[in-house]
Write a protein that binds this ligand. Structure first.
Ligand code: GTP
Length: 536
């Protein structure tokens, strides 16, 4: 194929703005797939993608298109819209010369529209703005054209208005791809190499013929996990099966990091690193659906750092700064000069009327405002520096609920900042529960401690004596709940009669106890840990 007839391009957009639907129409229009009513997100192949209606893995397709007597080869890469998968987007972009930036004609520019535009802009790609969903009753394409002009400095006459759903004006998208995106070399293909293990090949590697070495391409930075959580088989006898499922799935998704870990209550397991919370949920769902695994996932934490205070310690740890991905390994204050926490630069786009509430939410999450601009009369773009641990669990949900679903959020890594972190222990009648050790910011310790104590109180069964549940920092108690004593008499129902029935009940009680873990003299059922540690 002559190089001047090849176009390599990607579709980028905020979640749900219609990338995959546009891809379906482009596949149909070029005759790559037959036109039927069933073509819905053809490129989203994974079950998790179909159920959630989102793209998780980038997909490619080659299309042939005839235009003015010439045949063109269009290599299309469909990319995910969610922030957690933006590493897929940046990889896709490096294989392209141009992008279609799809924006919903009703919702307008959203947080991931901005993030994805800048990825393309930094990669010096041609950007073709496509305003989609013009068929919607509330569509206001003119307002979106103005937003695009203001935020991205793209002239209004470059915007193409379409309905991917109905197919309206989609042909002009193909024409723009040919006219506005430069040709330059490259084909999508595959090769079979004599490698024993897929992990030997990293995405971004340069391959060359043995006898003809070439200057390698710069490659990619490996994806950096932002969120860590413990993963354990629900039943320990499933350990090996789960291990092989995790091994297989990480081959398909190399951005997940895996370290072996174990917990007294939950047994042998792993500490996994994910790019974000959605990524964690998707990985979990894929394990369950594609590998039939059933797992316990613990509350996610972020990678904190500690700067060690003496040469002796640096020698011992073989590093000046240590990264803590497991709260149990948090070094004591006497060993460190400072603790650091990861921060992100967050972008929030919202209708003006929710700005006040959003600012209050951000303030409560220790965020620092960096910027605020009106992208049109009704919409504001806010930039905040936010500690990552303040957003991992429920920030997005809170933002959505206080803005009736209208605000959008995206973030990028912004390094580390000094933070007053403390290690919080949870005690049952004075004994530390190792799996519930948590790292928290000093100012948040009491709220977090109280919440854990309350959850534990609700899930601990009463025992023959009173149980004090306490949250403590060092020797200082910061929260407390009490579980009252209760005498459970399994024989009470027997009225002193039938001896075999009595024996049966006693046996059943003994079996039940096997699933318990003893902390001091308190029996804690595995269930209670799961309730406190589980994310949902
Ligand atoms: P992610 O893969 O999650 O990033 O989403 P996406 O951008 O690929 O969006 P997708 O194509 O899955 O479309 C999202 C929703 O918008 C679906 O319900 C589509 O049917 C709908 N949609 C897409 N294009 C149009 C359009 O032109 N008009 C209308 N009315 N709906 C559309």
């Amino acid at each position: 194929f002559p190089v001047e007839n090849i176009r390599n391009f990607s579709i980028i957009a905020h979640v749900d703005h219609g990338k995959s639907t546009l891809a379906d129409r482009l596949l149909e229009l070029t005759g790559t797939i037959d036109k039927t009513k069933n073509n819905k997100q053809v490129l989203d192949k994974l079950q998790v993608e179909r159920e959630r209606g989102i793209t998780v893995k980038a997909q490619t397709a080659s299309l042939f298109y005839n235009c003015e007597g010439k045949q063109y080869l269009l290599n299309l890469i469909d990319t995910p819209g969610h922030v957690d998968f933006s590493y897929e987007v940046s990889r896709s972009l490096s294989a392209c010369q141009g992008v279609l930036l799809v924006v919903d004609a009703n919702e307008g520019i959203q947080a991931q529209t901005v993030a994805n535009f800048f990825l393309a802009f930094e990669a010096q790609l041609s950007v073709i703005p496509v305003i989609n969903k013009i068929d919607l009753k509330n569509a206001d394409p003119e307002r979106v054209v103005k937003q695009i002009e203001k935020v991205f400095d793209i002239p209004s006459d470059e915007c193409i208005k379409i309905s991917a759903k109905l197919g309206t004006n989609v042909e002009s998208v193909l024409q723009a791809v040919i006219e506005r995106i430069p040709p330059y070399a490259g084909q999508v293909g595959y090769l079979i190499a004599g490698m024993k293990d897929v992990t030997e090949a990293q995405i971004g590697d340069t391959l060359y013929l043995h006898k003809q070495p070439v200057e390698p391409l710069p490659g990619f930075k490996s994806a950096k996990p932002m969120v860590f959580a413990g993963m354990y088989p629900v039943d320990q006898s499933e350990y090996n099966n789960l291990k092989s499922a995790i091994d297989k799935l990480t081959l398909n998704d190399s951005s997940v990091t895996v370290h072996r870990d174990s917990s007294l209550a939950l047994g042998a397991g792993w500490r996994l690193g994910f790019l974000g919370l959605l990524h964690m949920e998707v990985f979990n769902q894929r394990l369950e659906q594609e590998y039939n695994a059933s797992v316990i996932l613990t509350t996610p934490t972020v990678p904190y750092k500690a700067v060690l205070s003496s040469a002796k310690l640096i020698k011992e740890y073989r590093e000046k700064e240590i990264t803590i991905i497991n709260p149990a390994q948090f070094p004591d204050k006497s060993k460190v000069t400072e603790y650091l926490e990861p921060v992100v630069l967050g972008t929030i786009i919202t209708p003006v009327e929710f700005t006040g509430k959003i600012m209050m939410l951000c303030q409560a999450r220790r965020a620092v405002q960096k910027n605020m601009v009106f992208i049109d009369q009704n919409r504001v773009m806010l930039k905040y520096l936010l500690p990552l641990n303040e957003i991992v669990v429920d920030f997005y949900d809170s933002l959505k609920s206080l803005s009736s679903g209208y605000a959008s959020f995206d973030y990028e890594d912004a390094g580390y900042q000094t933070a007053e972190l403390v290690k919080m222990d949870i005690l049952l009648n004075g004994n530390i529960v190792e799996e519930l050790v948590t790292i928290v910011h000093k100012d948040k310790a009491q709220t977090v401690g109280k919440a854990i104590c309350e959850r534990l109180k609700d899930s601990l069964p009463r025992q023959l004596f009173e149980i004090a549940i306490q949250a403590a920092i060092g020797s200082k108690i910061i929260a407390r709940e009490t579980v009252k004593a209760y005498r459970k008499n399994v024989l009470a129902k027997c009225y002193g009669g039938d001896i075999t029935r009595k024996m049966k009940l006693l046996k059943r009680q003994a079996e039940g106890k096997k699933k318990l873990r003893k902390i001091g003299n308190i029996e804690v059922p595995k269930d209670a840990f799961i309730k406190v540690l589980k994310t949902q």
